[in-house]
Design a protein around this ligand. Sequence first.
Ligand code: HEC
Ligand code: HEC
Length: 281
Amino acid sequence: MKNFTGAILATLLTTTFAVAEPVDDNLVLNEETEMVTRTAAPAHVSDALDEVMSGWLFRGTETRAMQADDFDNPGMIFVEQAQDTWVTADGSEGKSCSSCHDDMDSMAGVKATYPKWNEEAGEVRTLQMQVNACRTERMGAEAWKYDKGDAINMEAALSSVSRGLPVNVAIDGPAQSMWEKGKELYYTRTGQLELSCANCHEDNYGNMIRADHLSQGQINGFPVYRLKNTKLNGAHSRFKGCIRDTRAETYKPGSEEFIALELYVASRGNGLSVEGPSIRN
Ligand code: HEC
Ligand code: HEC
């Protein structure tokens, strides 16, 4: 079985031996904030990787430049929309986010710690789940659809005020069982291609797959604005696309499986700077 999978991967990876190393470049946001785009792997992945690297290092020159300047970053348009939403009252209580949280900058550092255990609810929450909890339980407003419109815009805005801070997701204590579940999913081969996340993003990052330069599949840059669909894309939607590419049945954005996978994948990037909203093909 192992050889069989190897053969499929070999045909997927370009036959011309197109090994393309990540670029040697530094990301400085708005000529001001130095971002950590590669750093020593956190202890819990050091058996598999020496270094963790942002997906930014695997993108082309123009895409990288676009992300380095907020005026050129189309993702920032959606951040601005969310900043308006932040101060707009919604729901039966007549409250806006700012009624309780002051300005958006008060959320600096929050994105870096999500997904995170919520003691009161007794669950691991992604940032979108937390925002929806505020909406349904504190504002009397409807939950936003996962990875869509307002939800992904708000995640991008919350991320934008944490840019440059290191991802620091807790994996121990009550979050540990979800983390283990996410890890198991990461190493499970799926679909007709029988490929796991690790087969591509751990064993083959740096290689070309079809026309694409494989990264480590980190999520420190999420949400990402994709040039291909000209909108913000959430991590769960990306996971869904990757699993579908192995020709497997996949899970839904917001599902228990993807919450666990987000926790695990986020933790693989502990130490990298929060970059969202970033730009990808
Ligand atoms: C009525 C007050 C209230 C409103 C309105 C409200 N929140 Fe909250 N929010 C809270 C409280 C209290 C907490 C912390 C307790 C908890 O975990 O639920 C919190 C927690 C959060 C957190 C997590 C902070 C952390 O450190 O982990 C985020 C993010 C957040 N809110 C975003 C929002 C957004 C976005 C909106 C508007 C859509 C909003 N909130 C509206 C009261 C509110
Ligand atoms: C067949 C190979 C393959 C498999 C298997 C695969 N991916 Fe991917 N993935 C890609 C390619 C190609 C891209 C686009 C180039 C890149 O950013 O690496 C990508 C992109 C990503 C990205 C975006 C990274 C960024 O910085 O924008 C994430 C996150 C990701 N994958 C996570 C996963 C997870 C989690 C799994 C397992 C559920 C998985 N992938 C399985 C090929 C794969």
